[in-house]
Design a protein around this ligand. Structure first.
Ligand code: P6P
Length: 338
């Protein structure tokens, strides 16, 4: 008889045998992310009191230095990941270079890449934000200091990935390569409960998410796709929904069906989103939920990274919708200007 309202902890233990490496390690990894998520969630939820508590850089009424929330989130996730003797290196959107964790004689086997607080500019206007994480096994010899190549692995090599969305409720959604499951935090007791088992993107939806303010700067293939979305046909026009927070747009599109696009433009010649800690983890989740993620031409998780903070164009969501967009992009050479 399945446990009613299974907790994240029970779910991890129940499923850790699926994890092809040492069973306990994944549990400790996900548990450290769970802990940091609760700490950050508490701070994000009181951000609205910042005028009382003090702006970033000031001293708040408790006499503590008020930090920018993305700096705060970065520190909390690094601390939680460092304590558990499993991670040998961390790369973060907030850190120029990767961080070596050399405890345990460099015998820790995992690297974590993260965007600790994506969409943080939404905080000031009380709109949801998220944390995105991506987990790999190191490829350099255990026992030696972690190297850049441990981080520059294709997305297809990820062993786990997920996000926390700090929205009307706080959810942790993750995959270890055996489907996608969503857990909702009960803030009263600080416990995540399995609320969305085995999440799947609908094959097609009627929502498209893109910043149309840059329309004039988009490649012609994107302009063609937007016109396709907006024309009067049997299932169109689609609805435009763009929150300005990748995690929130992705989460809604996964539940309802939809496509998220952040293309190249004359303003962002490589696109805006980062391959390693935004696109790859969201692409892993998308594929595990039966959907698709590409740069408009090729699978995101097949791209060989060349730099920690490299950017790529990102088309992600319901299979048939991403395929429609790719069909229009294919009419123009990949390096065609806007
Ligand atoms: P723009 C947030 O900064 C982010 O990385 C994503 O979460 C979001 O979808 C996108 O950038 C918003 O960017 O240029 O539309 O404001």
């Amino acid at each position: 008889m399945p446990i009613k309202n299974k907790t994240l902890g029970e779910f991890i233990i129940e499923n850790q045998s699926q994890f092809k490496y040492s069973e306990g390690e994944l549990s400790r990894l996900i548990n450290s992310i769970r802990l940091a998520a609760k700490v950050v969630n508490h701070e994000v939820n009181k951000a609205g009191l910042v005028d009382i508590l003090g702006q970033a850089g000031e001293v708040n009424i408790q006499g503590e230095a008020q930090q920018k929330l993305d700096v705060y989130a970065n520190e909390k996730f690094i601390h939680a990941l460092t304590r558990r003797e499993i991670v040998c290196g961390i790369a973060s959107e907030e850190e120029e270079d990767f961080i070596r964790i050399e405890g345990n004689n460099n015998t820790n086997k995992y690297v974590v890449l993260m965007d600790p607080l994506d969409g943080s500019s939404n905080i000031d206007v009380n709109v949801s934000v998220g944390t995105i994480f991506s987990i790999y096994r190191r490829v350099t010899p255990v026992g030696s200091p972690v190297q850049l190549e441990d981080f520059l692995q294709k997305g297809s090599e990820q062993v786990a990935a997920g996000y926390i969305v700090y929205g009307t409720s706080t959810m942790l959604v993750y995959t270890t390569g055996h489907g996608v499951n969503g857990f909702t935090l009960n803030p009263a007791i600080g416990t995540f409960y399995l609320s969305h088992p085995n999440l799947k993107f609908p094959e097609r939806g009627n929502i498209y998410s893109i910043n149309e303010g840059y329309y004039q700067h988009f490649p012609q293939g994107v302009k063609d796709y937007l016109k396709y979305c907006q024309e009067e046909k049997e299932d169109r026009p689609y609805k435009a929904r763009y929150i300005g927070s990748l995690v929130s747009d992705f989460h809604r599109n996964m539940l309802k069906g939809g496509i998220y696009i952040y293309p190249t433009s004359s303003k962002n010649p490589q696109g805006k989103l980062r391959l390693l800690y935004e696109c790859n983890p969201m692409a892993f989740l998308a594929e595990q939920a039966g959907a698709k993620a590409s740069d408009g031409y090729k699978r995101i998780m097949a791209i060989k990274p060349t730099a920690l903070h490299q950017r790529v164009p990102f088309f992600c969501g319901s299979n048939e919708m991403v395929s429609d967009a790719e069909r229009m992009m294919a009419k123009y050479p990949e390096d065609s200007k806007y």
